[in-house]
Design a protein around this ligand. Structure first.
Ligand code: DAH
Length: 337
């Protein structure tokens, strides 16, 4: 390009700022707009020599610039003839071309958008994998009745299973849910089989804070009810999901466990890089009484359920060794995700 619109504009504006008299102003006008040797006139006459592509970009910019410069000349003129001329500082400081010249090859400006917490990413990813298997998902109340959190899951008032779930009681009947299993009966009460649903959400326990415990953490509950679900189906599904999530070579193991609301019950562990097995979920066949509590006939239907811990899964997947890192708001941590 034989001319530099940006520089032309800058030079014009700085000369304009120096002008004190009408004569000086007229000289400037001739220098830029003179019929034969005006700088802008010369540019205008060289425009037709440009390539079509350049013409398309520079033509409109040039015309706009010319109009603007002419306008600033006029403003300066009327300013000089008025009683109290504007201080030169007030004359347009911002160059026009910087906003007009669009360079499509310039690197973009970085926009700060924040980062997703890895626990939320895990939840989203698990939702997506289960979506592929035909599951929907739904939110549920974090403050729930003892009835749904415990009793309808066969955990009576004096059941020893309550000891392992250090509960925040708001009063005798209302608790902060200790697990997302609280959603199982709630959901069954209002939905007919076949059921395939996830309940992701926050849960609460009076656990002292350390590297693996927090008083509030997430769970993803899953529930399936239909007429021919089975334990092998459950284990196969979990294995599929875990391999999708952690990678196809992931080693898992399953062993028998006890939960009052499933029979039989299992836990699943995943082999960590450090050689240790880490428990990531509990599961089992929904207990017939729990189905009944959800107004589903256990002679017609069977179901399975599981509850997994996304914090633990994120720790395993990303090699994080302290659960507190997820929630202490340290940008050096969160910006890595
Ligand atoms: N609620 C259990 C917990 O918080 C996890 C769990 C176990 C959920 C078995 C289930 C299940 O749905 O079937 O540790």
């Amino acid at each position: 390009m034989a001319f530099d619109l940006e520089r032309t504009e800058k030079e014009f504006l700085s000369s304009l700022r120096e002008i004190r008299t009408r004569d000086e102003l007229e000289n400037l006008r001739i220098k830029y707009f003179g019929r034969k040797r005006g700088i802008l006139t010369k540019i205008a006459s060289s425009l037709p020599l440009l390539s079509l592509k350049e013409k398309k970009i520079l033509g409109p910019i040039f015309n706009h610039l010319k109009g603007e410069l002419r306008q600033s000349l006029k403003e300066r003129e009327s300013d000089l003839s008025s009683a109290s001329p504007k201080s030169t500082k007030e004359i347009q400081q911002k160059p026009l071309t910087s906003s007009l010249l669009f360079d499509p090859t310039a690197p973009g400006k970085e926009v700060f958008t924040g980062h997703q917490n890895p626990v939320i990413s895990v939840i989203e990813e698990i939702k997506e994998i289960f979506h592929y298997l035909g599951f929907t998902y739904i939110d549920g109340p974090e403050v729930d009745l003892d009835l749904y959190n415990f009793q309808k899951l066969r955990i009576g008032k004096d059941h020893p299973a309550r000891d392992t779930q250090q509960t925040y009681y708001l009063n005798d009947e209302v608790v902060l849910r200790t697990h997302t299993s609280s959603m199982q009966v709630r959901y069954m009460e209002t939905h007919k089989p076949p059921i395939r649903v996830l309940f992701p959400g926050r849960t609460f326990r009076r656990d002292p804070v350390d590297a693996t415990h927090l008083p509030s953490f997430y769970q993803i509950e899953g529930l399936l009810v239909d007429n021919d679900s089975s334990m092998t189906d459950l284990i196969g599904t979990l294995d599929f999901v875990i391999k999708r999530f952690f990678g196809s070579k992931t080693k898992t193991r399953v062993y028998g466990h006890y939960f009052p609301y499933t029979e039989p019950s299992i836990e699943v562990e995943v082999l960590h890089k450090n050689g240790k097995w880490m428990e990531i979920l509990g599961a089992g066949m929904v207990h017939p009484e729990v189905l009944k509590n959800g107004r589903i006939d256990p002679r017609k239907y069977r179901g399975w359920a599981f509850g997994m811990g996304p914090e633990r899964m994120a720790m395993l997947k990303y090699g994080i060794n302290d659960i507190r890192l997820f929630y202490n708001g340290d940008l050096r941590f969160i910006n890595q995700f």
